[in-house]
Write a protein that binds this ligand. Structure first.
Ligand SMILES: *[C@@H]1O[C@H](CO)[C@@H](O)[C@H](O)[C@H]1NC(C)=O
Ligand SMILES: *[C@@H]1O[C@H](CO)[C@@H](O)[C@H](O)[C@H]1NC(C)=O
Ligand SMILES: *[C@@H]1O[C@H](CO)[C@@H](O)[C@H](O)[C@H]1NC(C)=O
Length: 317
């Protein structure tokens, strides 16, 4: 009997070698939302997928910052085991060998989450994957926009400030001009520090003097030519101010607003502020009129020329 088992085992190993490593664990991957809102009723589903290639599953273990909080062992009864996770609870009704659902999270539970998969005998292959999760405490109010002037003349610089209440993590702020996002300021934060922080962004918008619209050109993002949209210019005294050059809009006005965003779980916009041109720009009005008027005689001239030429040819033949 003992001999039989040894032979069996040898055959088993030989088959395994011939097959080039079947029953190994492959393609372990983790899927964790980047951000989830904190508090009562909020939940995050963390998923772990893997390919056991025919082997049996021995265990799935989930860790937050190296501390195990959930284990699934199919051989045990019941197969699930939960360890205390201060600041959240595991929802056992929706947790199994593929996922774990955690509810009512506190922002201190932000951090690295890991899933460890172990295959059963004979090889006990084990693999582990990690991904970050941030538990978000959003700002209480919408972002607030302050603007240096409510009207403009060409060549003016309009200054705007956008401020956002404290939040964890500090939100990114983007600037929206007539529905086009023109600039963004990104806030960086040490992930180990769970303090709430406010955010602030300053914009200097120059209404370009020479860049008059061509007749018929619509107000699209292509017409919003900018010289520095993504990153602040590092001027000595104007450190961190975003700059943007705007061709004077045809409509004689534009709307500006800012938005605060935290990953894809929070976005709120300020009220829009409409900034109008001081007075109709006389130069642009006459330029448009005169160009229209100038084109007519040229067209008549060409028509006259063509007709005359035709008459000449007709008479000559
Ligand atoms: C598993 O990984 C292999 C390569 O390592 C890849 O070719 C295959 O598409 C993956 N399968 C799945 C289901 O992701
Ligand atoms: C924007 O904030 C700066 C710095 O706090 C301040 O000096 C400036 O007056 C503010 N501008 C507006 C338009 O509120
Ligand atoms: C802010 O933007 C940066 C760059 O796009 C991104 O990596 C970061 O996750 C964003 N932060 C938040 C809180 O949304």
């Amino acid at each position: 009997m003992f001999k039989m088992r040894r032979i069996c085992h040898l055959i088993f190993r030989l088959l395994f070698l011939l097959d080039g490593g079947v029953w190994s664990l492959r393609n372990v991957s983790i899927s964790v939302p980047r951000g989830v809102l904190s508090g009562e009723g909020q939940a995050a589903v963390l998923r772990c997928s893997y390919d056991l290639e025919g082997a049996a599953l021995y265990s799935i273990r989930w860790y937050r910052a190296e501390t195990e909080f959930y284990r699934y062992v199919p051989r045990e009864m019941p197969p699930t085991l939960v360890f205390p996770l201060p600041g959240a609870s595991v929802d056992l009704t929706q947790s199994d060998a593929q996922q774990v659902r955690i509810v009512n999270l506190h922002r201190r539970l932000s951090g690295e989450y890991q899933c460890e998969v172990s295959a059963d005998a004979p090889l006990f292959h084990t693999d582990i994957r990690a991904a970050p999760l941030t538990v978000v405490d959003p700002p209480f109010r919408a972002p607030r926009l302050a603007i240096s002037r409510g009207s403009y003349a060409r060549g003016d610089v309009i200054r705007a400030n956008c401020s956002v209440d404290e939040a964890y993590p500090a939100p990114n702020i983007s600037w929206i001009l007539d529905d086009h996002t023109i600039a963004e300021s990104v806030t960086w934060q040490n992930p180990e520090d769970f303090r709430e922080r406010g955010a602030f962004s300053q914009l200097a918008l120059t209404v370009l003097e020479g860049a008059a619209y061509k007749v018929g050109l619509v107000h699209t993002s292509a017409a919003l030519n900018h010289y520095s949209s993504q990153y602040p210019l590092h001027d000595d005294d104007e450190h961190g101010v975003l700059r943007y050059g705007l061709a004077a809009p045809l409509a004689g006005q534009f709307a500006l607003r800012c938005a605060a965003r935290i990953f894809d779980v929070y976005e709120r916009r300020s009220e829009a502020v409409v900034v109008r041109e001081d007075a109709p720009h006389p130069a642009s009005v006459t330029r448009e009129d005169s160009s229209g008027a100038a084109r007519a005689p040229v067209n008549i001239g060409w028509t006259w020329c063509a007709v005359t030429l035709a008459l000449c040819i007709a008479r000559a033949s």
